[in-house]
Design a protein around this ligand. Structure first.
Ligand code: FNR
Length: 344
């Protein structure tokens, strides 16, 4: 299996950049504010120094694991990103096909540019990322159709009561495509249907009830809030700062992860995204107690360069890097990765 190599993530981004217009590139690459958090996310992983175990018989290493009961080939999964047809004609269908072939799991954005029917034809296991819209009836329609189409969980994004101002404020790409998840959403593609800033923790039970699906809460950076979400019925917590695209100046996810992990019961799964670029970063996240990690921009760059094949190759490369890192750190299984692997 190939590896992205030391300059891999940067090369992938450069290749993607040359395959798209400047507007589209800026839309994906940008952070909010002055991009403090965007930069801090990647740096915070690199700041965690590994403390490998030796003499552990690493003849065989197994990266496979499960998320909410679903088997995956490695704890490297695809984060939700909107408007994927902006970067490649296959859009979310390509993302889903590449992810499925790599044995990964896809999170579909509410702002997807394909329908559920198009997606499920090619997809492996997938979750729906949800914004609770001002129109609760439409929210319910989306949730119920996702459940009927085979979504295995709902991921409620809670860090976006309003969409933050982006640092690179280019006009939205002129070749914009609309979210088409369900026809009702396409017909109402105006600001008014988007996320409801009035959402509270009381809405979690409502969502779990109307969907019958496990609920993952995405965008939590504090232990107390993670605990409150679990108490309100969340099955898992996803530590995220939206890839540095919402409140700028927040704690990097590598730093927030330990606090969140410590605050919720051991059986509650905790995921993390933001600035993860190598298999070593994934190992660091697992050592901090993450059940699995998600990649946002790298998957978009991969889709932009080579469609489904690019997404497959990225995920397989990250898995190979993780496998190597686990072997060199003396870990045969994901379960053997523990906090002692990090320098205090
Ligand atoms: C996002 N993200 C996001 N999150 C979400 O819950 N719903 C969405 O529709 C989107 N859309 C989106 C578009 C683009 C272009 C980006 C870059 C990000 C956030 C995403 O799920 C994830 O949290 C971050 O991208 C993770 O950080 P990295 O891997 O991009 O550093």
């Amino acid at each position: 299996l190939g590896s992205l190599g030391p300059t891999g993530p940067a090369r992938l981004e450069a290749a993607a950049r040359s395959a798209m217009s400047g507007h589209v590139y800026d839309y994906i690459a940008t952070g909010s504010g002055v991009e403090e958090t965007l930069a801090a996310n990647e740096a915070a992983w690199r700041d965690l120094l590994l403390r490998p175990r030796v003499l552990r018989d690493v003849t065989t290493v197994d990266t496979s694991t499960t998320v909410l009961g679903t088997p995956v080939s490695a704890p490297v999964l695809v984060a939700p990103t909107g408007y994927q047809r902006l970067v490649h004609p296959e859009g979310e269908v390509g993302m889903a096909a590449g992810s499925a072939r790599a044995g990964s799991l896809l999170t579909l954005s509410t702002r997807a540019t394909v329908t559920f029917e198009e997606l499920v034809e090619v997809s492996g296991p997938w979750w729906l990322q949800l914004y609770i819209l001002r129109d609760r009836g439409l929210t319910e329609t989306i949730v119920q159709r996702a459940a009927a189409a085979g979504a295995r969980a709902l991921v409620l994004t809670v860090d976006t009561p309003y969409v933050a101002r982006k640092a690179r404020r280019t006009p939205f790409p002129p070749d914009v495509v609309s979210p088409v998840l369900v026809p009702e959403l396409q017909a109402r593609d105006d600001k008014g249907v988007w996320q409801d800033p009035g959402v509270t923790v009381a809405d979690l039970a409502w969502l779990a009830e109307i969907s019958g699906l496990p609920l993952v809460v995405k965008g939590v950076l504090r232990g107390d809030e993670a605990r409150a979400c679990v108490d309100a019925g969340a099955a898992a917590i996803w530590v995220s700062n939206h890839g540095g695209r919402q409140l700028d100046g927040v704690v990097p996810t590598a730093t927030a992860l330990a606090e969140v992990r410590a605050a919720v019961p051991e059986e509650v799964e905790v995921y993390v995204d933001g600035g993860l670029r190598t298999g070593r970063d994934v190992l660091r996240a697992l050592a901090l107690g993450a059940t699995a990690t998600f990649v946002g921009r790298p998957a978009v760059w991969a889709l932009a360069t080579e469609g489904a094949a690019g997404v497959h190759d990225l995920l397989v490369s990250l898995r190979a890097e993780l496998e190597e890192a686990m072997a060199l750190a003396g870990c045969r299984t994901v379960a053997e990765v523990a906090p002692d692997l990090l320098h205090p």
